[in-house]
Design a protein around this ligand. Structure first.
Ligand code: L34
Length: 289
């Protein structure tokens, strides 16, 4: 039987810490930290994550503005919005929620964000700093995972961490973080072309599933006692629910839970941590001004 890692509880503790630090920052005479969140289009999941970010910001005393644009906005218009936000001295952090519509080049938009305001840690300069161990913003989902492990007392030093998924948002930055001095894991990154994926996965002391496919990780892929971190958020149809769907992770929770030592649920695992780290980063951006 695995110990369930309660991401909501741990994220709540982090939000409390951020709130205290924000209070100290404003009590010292500074204006409240300010986050600009850009949302393009009407993807319901993106809209719901962005609402979560605005609400969590407000709760800790961070001012946030959500700028919403129709999915017909041109790349040029979006880039000029980012340029405007870069120049606005009342804004500490800028986040452009992904994915963007197909006609907009995400890389160009990310490259346009000032690295000083890059609270997502997506800009190439931020990614480079992360990869050579310089101080800077932490990538929200990967840093959320590291804090889940640390705050649950899971040993990372010398542990074999197998990451399934090589995205720029999760897999690659997480590999970088887990390798850092002080975290000291041995890291394997697997992906869709990996041979013998279950053999690889079964070597993991810490197994991270970030593939984006419901129930991809099955019991035979997990070493008994391993810590299993589920980054997936998949909507699957469920007529018994009022909204017509339910959320499931990339891990077959019911099958894996009896084998694992630790496991994160979906929802209530990594998702809330992503938002908590964003708040930490926004405070950091404000403190650097
Ligand atoms: N620019 N784009 C940018 N930054 C990010 O950090 C993100 N991400 C990912 C997608 N695009 C992004 C998010 O915000 C994923 N993500 C995210 C944020 C919050 C949650 C999930 C993903 C979250 O709060 N999840 C809840 C359930 C939410 C629900 O009920 O729909 C959970 O408990 O997992």
């Amino acid at each position: 039987m695995a110990q369930i890692i309660d991401g909501r509880l741990i994220a709540g503790n982090i939000r409390q810490e951020v709130k205290q630090a924000v209070d100290a920052h404003t009590s010292a005479g500074n204006r409240a930290p300010n986050l600009a969140v850009v949302l393009v289009g009407e993807d319901p999941a993106s809209a719901s994550y962005v609402r979560g970010k605005a609400k969590a910001s407000a709760e800790v005393g961070i001012d946030s503005d959500t700028l919403t644009f129709p999915d017909t906005i041109s790349e040029r218009e979006l880039l000029s919005e980012v340029t405007r936000l870069n120049a606005d001295t009342n804004i500490d952090g800028i986040l452009v929620q992904l994915p963007l519509p197909d006609h907009i080049d995400e890389t160009r938009v990310i490259n346009a964000i000032s690295p000083k305001k890059d609270v997502d840690c997506f800009h190439p300069a931020s990614v480079g700093a992360l990869s050579i161990g310089l101080d800077g913003f932490a990538p929200a989902t990967p840093a959320g995972i590291v804090q889940l492990l640390e705050r649950s007392g899971i040993e990372t030093s010398g542990a074999h961490c197998v990451i399934i998924g090589r995205s720029n948002i999760v897999g690659k930055p997480l590999a970088n973080l887990m390798l850092r001095k002080g975290i000291d894991a041995t890291v394997t990154v697997c992906h869709s072309r990996t041979k013998d994926l279950s053999v690889m996965a079964r070597q993991a002391d810490i197994l991270v599933a970030a593939i984006g496919r419901a129930h991809f990780v099955t019991a035979d892929m997990v070493k008994p006692g391993a810590a299993v971190i589920d980054v997936g958020i998949n909507r699957i149809e469920d007529a018994s629910r009022e909204r017509g769907y339910r959320l499931v992770g990339d891990v077959d929770f019911d099958a894996v839970e009896p084998i694992a030592g630790y496991i994160t649920p979906v929802p209530g695992g990594v998702g809330p941590m992503t938002i908590a780290v964003l708040l930490q980063n926004t405070l950091k951006a404000a403190q650097a001004v």
